[in-house]
Ligand binder design. Structure first.
Ligand SMILES: Nc1nc2c(ncn2[C@@H]2O[C@H](COP(=O)(O)OP(=O)(O)OP(=O)(O)O)[C@@H](O)[C@H]2O)c(=O)[nH]1
Length: 282
């Protein structure tokens, strides 16, 4: 599930990165000096600047802009730069500094945009895909399956008795239950499967390349694992599951999910804690 897993890494990068980046800057300066004046090499000074900006942020990036410009200017002078006007060397250094600063300024903006994009696709509590992102991915899977005549399965899972846990033990325990549920389910899925939260205590699995027979085996295994997780924590929660396998034909992602939801409700309205299966094949 690597492409759908949202990783938030709050670890501070080790200080050794600063030293390495500084040494890279010096190394680039030495190569630049050896190559002489005729080879333009200044773009490579961006390497340590980008590294430290991504790792430590804009302020450290700006310090490295000064290092890089200073190194470039020194190399330029050591290479006996002779310009038609003595100020041209300084002007070139200022231009390079401006270019480095622009990159240092832009990188965190791009990082922030990427982070916001990830957040808009993820469920705040469990970290898995949210409803909106799930529908995007399901539509893509549907297009792919129609085009290449592949099968896939979706499993709509609704928790039974979740409200009781909330009422009895409080929302914090309810949240913990939801996280334990997601973590256990994810451990039983393949890398290529997707798990998403549709809202509240409703979740959905997308199992690509899985027809009805294989889905039966897999979903039963997942259900058993999840029930085991609930028992282990003494939470009286079970699962009503609607499993719909797509074989072929025209249908929208929305309609597919509606049908899986309907299957789930046939279970909910009867015994609960069971699985209902269906196939879409036209
Ligand atoms: N702790 C917690 N509770 C939530 C969250 N989102 C929704 N809920 C609660 O989940 C419960 C869902 O209600 P129901 O589906 O009726 O509860 P249920 O007991 O599972 O009902 P059945 O599906 O009929 O068995 C409600 O009490 C919501 O307040 C959340 O993020 N955290």
């Amino acid at each position: 599930m690597s492409n759908w897993r949202f990783i938030q890494n709050d670890n501070k990068p080790p200080i050794i990165w600063l030293i390495i980046s500084f040494l890279i800057n010096i190394g680039i300066g030495i190569i630049d000096f050896k190559l002489g004046r005729e080879f333009s090499f200044s773009i490579f000074y961006l390497i340590p600047i980008i590294l430290v900006t991504l790792a430590f942020g804009r302020q450290v990036g700006l310090v490295f802009c000064v290092f890089a410009t200073g190194t470039w200017f020194t190399v330029d002078q050591l290479n006996n730069a002779s310009y038609s006007h003595p100020m041209i060397g300084y002007w070139n250094a200022i231009m390079r500094f401006g270019f480095f600063v622009m990159i240092t300024w832009l990188l965190p903006v791009l990082q922030e945009l990427e982070r916001e994009k990830q957040i808009s696709r993820m469920d705040y509590l469990t970290g898995i895909a949210n409803r909106r992102y799930f529908f995007e991915l399901l539509q893509a899977e549907l297009n792919r399956s129609r085009r290449y005549k592949h099968v896939f399965t979706i499993a709509y899972i609704d928790l039974d008795g979740f409200k009781w846990v909330n009422d009895q033990y409080g929302h914090l325990i309810g949240d913990r239950l939801l996280c334990a549920f997601v973590s256990r389910a994810k451990n039983m899925l393949r890398n290529t499967d997707l798990m998403a939260r549709l809202g509240g205590d409703e979740f959905i699995l997308l199992l690509p390349e899985m027809g009805q027979d294989a889905a039966k085996f897999t979903v039963e295994k997942i259900q058993a694992g999840l029930l085991n997780e609930m028992r282990k924590n003494k939470w009286p929660v079970t699962f009503s599951i609607g499993v719909l396998s797509y074989q072929s034909g025209e249908i929208s992602a929305d309609e597919l999910v509606k049908r899986a939801d309907k299957l789930m409700y046939t279970v909910k309205n009867n015994s609960k804690n069971a699985i209902a299966y269906g196939v879409f094949d036209q």
